[in-house]
Design a protein around this ligand. Structure first.
Ligand code: ADP
Ligand code: MG
Length: 598
């Protein structure tokens, strides 16, 4: 074959493929254009998951009649003029590719009337070629209808997922932008049925309610700027990343990370590193394999972020990635530490494990199905103060002068129930403590403290224990030998697929060493994408779990007192390293109410 320049039509189809991957990309680009045009209402109508029709109507600035054909040319934009502008982008669009790309692979009809013009214009394009144009009467704003998507790119059509999948992607996308722009009234319909709409009230909480419903919304915690950040931002010295938004209470978890939504300067972005920063901030608060919800808005001076990385503009590059990572992680962690109180009965999620057994402790429901004290809650999300339990009740975590809100008060041991729970009394009522979970937490913090020091205390075994492994398990052990040594294990090869355990971390001294090593290996096998830090966390958690007292073990008073004293000293006493609660608090007020004293 000779080298030849591709015909225009083919070249634009290829280019279009980069921007318009699927129906959701069309929705994204059209909604972004409407936002850039200053719309206060955006209506999205979809038919057949976007294959038959995608129509986006807005009440924004409109496109002047004289420029309408230009708007559909490749690299035609009103948002950028010089290369320097690329470093001061304040609009969602800037590449001037979307309309051209969409028109190249569909039949597109645009009706627009620009502010200040008396008539509008209607333009129809097929495969990028203009086929009709007329002057029409039209409301101010723009309506773009895209039909027969990918009719001339059959290969793309074949790659589309099911209608349900495409619908879901469109829903996700519209929801994201509605959350980021609460002042804009959004309405989305599929095949004539409205599936999502917002009021445009300006309150993110209202949009959260529309997107996630009252149960989830009530369990979200607001991430606010720290005082220092606020002062700094006010003084105009805004160089570093500012992070605000909402995150879920650790009691609320999802199986995937797709509810971690990130925005940079109002743009929905995809960034695995920042997503990981959020997950890491929840470290030890969530059970393995469960993820939080997070809606985080990162604000940065435009020159600190390069948005011109990919045609779809969902990836960005930061000038100082580490700083942004740190800012996100700190903001989430700070919020969690300020707000994870002991779980009072009222603090359990409605569908939580305690709901059934402790049902009688739940506040009476009012006519709307919300607990009486939470009438106003949908609009007032939980701020840093712990959620009140029952009508007007006070916070669960009693604050002693000079202690952080998350610390436990000094408690008096009363006794043990069912060889599993310890009952204690504190300054504000009664605590039920899960002895295993509490001990795990204590050992975990002790282990981490040792780890931060020079080395982890190791306990030599009088008689070395031999363990036998499968070949793949042996490989795992060999690969992780240096780490295991750092963590206090002394393991050496002892023939094919056999190892001798000569020492274990000191806290394991009372456990069966062979069993402990086997448990660690099983955990490692279950981890599919082990980063070094994850492996380390896994091993530490397993060691603590193995060493902790079990349910069913009768404890002496001295042992119970010892455990409670150690729990009081913990930084995060309310959950075990796997994220389960360590204690349940029945406040004096709750008890008084339940006995009808108030
Ligand atoms: P970009 O958004 O990157 O500038 P597009 O191809 O998406 O490129 O749009 C080209 C131009 O058409 C925009 O710069 C804008 O001036 C105009 N435009 C597109 N959609 C709208 C709209 N909904 N309202 C007003 N102007 C629009
Ligand atoms: Mg655009």
């Amino acid at each position: 074959m000779t080298i030849h320049v591709l015909p225009d039509q083919l070249a634009s189809q290829i280019a279009a493929g980069e921007v318009v991957e699927r129906p959701a990309s069309v929705v994204k680009e059209l909604v972004e254009n409407a936002i850039d045009a200053g719309a206060t209402a955006i209506t999205v109508e979809v038919r057949g998951g976007g294959r038959d029709l995608i129509q986006v109507a807005d009440n924004g600035a409109g496109i002047p009649a004289a420029e309408i054909e230009t708007a559909f040319l490749r690299h035609a934009t009103s948002k950028l003029t010089t290369a320097d502008d690329l470093w001061a982008i304040r609009t969602l669009g800037f590449r001037g590719e979307a309309l051209a790309s969409i028109a190249a692979v569909s039949r597109a009809t645009v009706v627009s009337r620009a502010t200040g013009q008396t008539t509008g214009v209607r333009l129809v394009l097929e495969g990028g070629q203009s086929v009709a144009r007329e002057t029409v009467g039209a409301p101010a704003g723009t309506v773009i209808a895209v039909e027969n998507l990918f009719y001339n790119v059959p290969a793309r059509l074949k790659f589309l997922k099911s209608v349900t999948t495409e619908k879901r992607l469109i829903d996700e996308f519209v929801t994201r932008y509605a959350l980021a722009y609460p002042r804009i009234r959004f309405r989305l319909s599929h095949d004539g049925r409205v599936t999502f709409q917002t009021t445009g009230s300006g309150a993110t909480a209202d949009v959260l309610l529309a997107a996630y419903g009252p149960d989830t919304t009530r369990q979200l915690i607001e991430v606010q700027l720290s005082e220092a950040e606020e002062a700094n931002a006010g003084a105009g010295g805004r160089r570093s990343a500012l992070v605000h938004g909402y995150i879920s209470d650790p009691a609320l978890t999802w199986a995937g990370r797709n509810h971690i939504l990130l925005f940079v300067n109002g743009r929905a972005i995809r960034d695995p590193r920042l997503t990981f920063a959020v997950i890491q901030a929840y470290h030890t608060l969530l059970p393995g394999g469960r993820y939080p919800l997070a809606l985080l808005f990162v604000g940065l001076p435009p020159e600190e972020v390069d948005v011109n990385v990919h045609p779809t503009k969902v990836e960005v590059r930061f000038r100082d990635e580490g700083a942004v990572f740190g800012a996100v992680q700190r903001a989430v962690r700070r919020t969690l530490l300020q707000t994870t109180p002991a779980r009072g009965i009222g603090g359990w999620p409605t569908n939580g494990p305690a709901a059934a057994g402790w049902g009688s402790f739940r506040p009476a429901e009012d006519g709307r199905g919300l607990p009486a004290n939470q009438l106003d809650i949908p609009w007032q999300l939980r701020g840093p103060a712990p959620e009140p339990i029952e009508g007007g009740g006070t916070a669960e975590a009693p604050e002693l002068p000079g202690t952080a809100a998350t610390r436990l008060p000094i408690m008096r041991v009363i006794g043990q129930v069912g060889a599993a729970y310890i009952i204690t009394e504190g300054p504000d009522g009664l605590y039920l403590i899960d002895q295993h979970a509490a001990h795990e937490r204590v050992l975990y913090e002790q282990f981490l403290a040792q780890r931060r020091g020079i080395h982890v205390a190791s306990q030599g075994l009088v008689a070395a224990a031999t363990v036998y492994m499968s070949p793949s398990q042996s490989r795992l052990i060999e690969e992780n030998l240096p780490l295991l040594t750092e963590l206090g294990f002394e393991i050496e090869s002892f023939g094919p697929n056999a190892f001798r355990v000569r020492a274990v971390p000191a806290i394991l001294s009372r456990s069966d060493p062979a069993e402990a090593v086997a448990a660690v290996v099983t955990d490692l096998e279950n981890e599919t994408t082990p980063l070094k830090t994850q492996i380390e966390a896994l091993v530490i958690k397993r060691v603590c779990k193995t060493a902790a007292v079990k349910a069913g073990q009768v404890l002496s008073r001295v042992e119970m007192e010892e455990l409670i004293t150690q729990l009081e000293a913990c930084n995060i006493p309310h959950t075990c390293p796997h994220g389960r609660p360590t204690l349940i608090h029945l406040s004096a007020a709750t008890l008084a109410r339940q006995f009808g004293r108030t």
